[in-house]
Design a protein around this ligand. Structure first.
Ligand code: CAA
Length: 383
């Protein structure tokens, strides 16, 4: 078993690290303060192929493997987690759903510009009254001739304010619960789609998040993804992809916090010696480094399982659970090592801690990941 990165993966990591240091580092803290979406950098990342990394070249993507994708997500998140969540949603939740479930026409019309980074996509699943319990969504899609008529609202939509294309889930047959849902792809400019005001968030403040409402939106039947009423399974399979990306985002934030803690701990002197000369601080560094490394291995394992082509639900949930809790833990310790300075915006520790927190919430809370892992583990035991 070889745990080292290949020459190609190392080269890719260096390329992305270089981009992040040069293009994102100078603006990340300022954009966080002013809630400014990094459009210029997202466009450049799109031109480099990072908006549709695992999408085949014939569909506008870079044709890379899932390991390359998690390397990219870790490196961008290490510098700016707001930028990386935009990439994560476009790559895993929007482009991949179209690659896996789109028709030839849907791919031509919607996937190619998204994978090339010419357009930005959003994934509309969550609703004000339906978050963790995704099968109880109220947004309705009623068949009317060759169209579905959509009414309702979706909230906490990442990329919503900047989106050109939406992947939308809506209930066609409420009596069937999870088996009554349809999935659609549509243009944000479709009449009746209303983009709401951006949320004022605790973290990832330069990414866009908003409510989107649907008022008698007419979507042609040929924009439904997959078979009639197969939307819930499409949503869940897509979240299997998304959770690996969010795990890598959490890892990048944790890695950054570890580096910041070491840098500060070596510079800052108290009692005539650097902080890192104290055993108490070293124990903290050891615990942080151990969890970061374990998270990285779980993420590579999940990405590897995905390359095998079978179901990887358990692996992506394990990676997301562990990495997001690691990000919360490591950023908290990093702030502690900074003492009072960590509580000010003079140092990146507080931004990292704020950004880390959401990784335990979106694409399923830590409690949902535990539910998914337990369901899969019990199923394997019975098999
Ligand atoms: N792959 C394939 N099939 C799956 C599946 C998967 N990953 N997950 C579920 N299914 C299937 C089940 O096997 C089942 O099929 P059968 O009835 O034929 O056996 C069917 O789907 C229904 O599954 P469940 O009975 O398990 O469904 P449930 O209603 O109990 O819900 C849940 C399960 C895991 C709690 C699910 O609702 C869930 O994951 N909730 C969290 C939703 C979530 O993550 N939301 C995040 C929003 S997106 C976001 O955050 C993006 C962003 O902006 C960053």
């Amino acid at each position: 078993m070889d745990f080292t990165l290949t020459a190609e993966h190392t080269q890719l990591r260096d390329l992305i690290r270089n981009f992040a240091e040069k293009e994102l580092r100078p603006v990340a803290a300022k954009n966080d303060k002013t809630h400014t979406f990094p459009m210029e950098q997202i466009k450049k990342l799109g031109e480099m192929g990072f908006m549709g990394m695992v999408i085949p070249e014939e569909w506008g993507g870079a044709g890379m493997d899932p390991i390359s994708y998690v390397i990219m997500m870790e490196e961008i998140s290490r510098v700016c987690a707001s930028t990386s969540v935009t990439l994560s949603v476009n790559n895993s939740l929007v482009c991949e759903v179209l690659k896996n479930f789109g028709t030839e026409d849907q791919k031509k019309r919607f996937l190619i510009p998204l994978a090339k980074g010419e357009k930005i996509g959003a994934y509309c699943l969550t609703e004000p009254m339906s978050g963790s319990d995704a099968a109880t969504q109220k947004t309705s899609a009623k068949l009317d001739g060759d169209f579905y008529v959509i009414n309702g609202a979706k909230n906490f939509i990442t990329n919503g304010p900047q989106s050109d294309t939406l992947i939308l889930f809506a209930m066609t047959d409420p009596s069937k619960g999870a088996k009554g849902v349809n999935a659609f792809v549509l243009d944000t400019k479709t009449p009746g789609v209303v983009i709401g005001k951006g949320e004022n968030k605790m973290g990832i403040r330069s990414s866009g998040t908003c409510t989107i409402s649907f008022d008698n939106v007419r979507v042609p039947v040929n924009q439904r993804l997959g078979e009639e009423l197969s939307g819930f399974i499409i949503a869940m399979k897509t979240l299997d992809n998304g959770r690996i990306g969010i795990a890598a985002q959490a890892l990048g934030i944790a890695q950054a916090a570890l580096e910041e803690a070491i840098k500060y701990g070596k510079e800052r002197k108290q009692f005539d010696r650097p902080l890192t000369d104290n055993q108490g601080i070293r124990w903290m560094i050891a615990d942080m480094a151990t969890r970061v490394e374990a998270a990285r291995q779980l993420i590579f394992q999940a990405a590897y399982q995905k390359t095998l082509g079978g179901r990887f639900t358990k692996y992506s949930a394990i990676a997301k659970l562990f990495a997001s809790e690691t990000a919360t833990y490591v950023t908290n310790k990093a702030l502690q090592i900074h003492g009072g300075y960590g509580f000010t915006s003079e140092y990146p520790a507080e931004r990292l801690m704020r950004d880390a927190r959401v990784t335990e919430l979106y694409e399923g809370t830590s409690e949902i990941q535990r539910l998914v892992i337990a369901m899969q583990t019990l199923k394997e035991f019975d098999a």
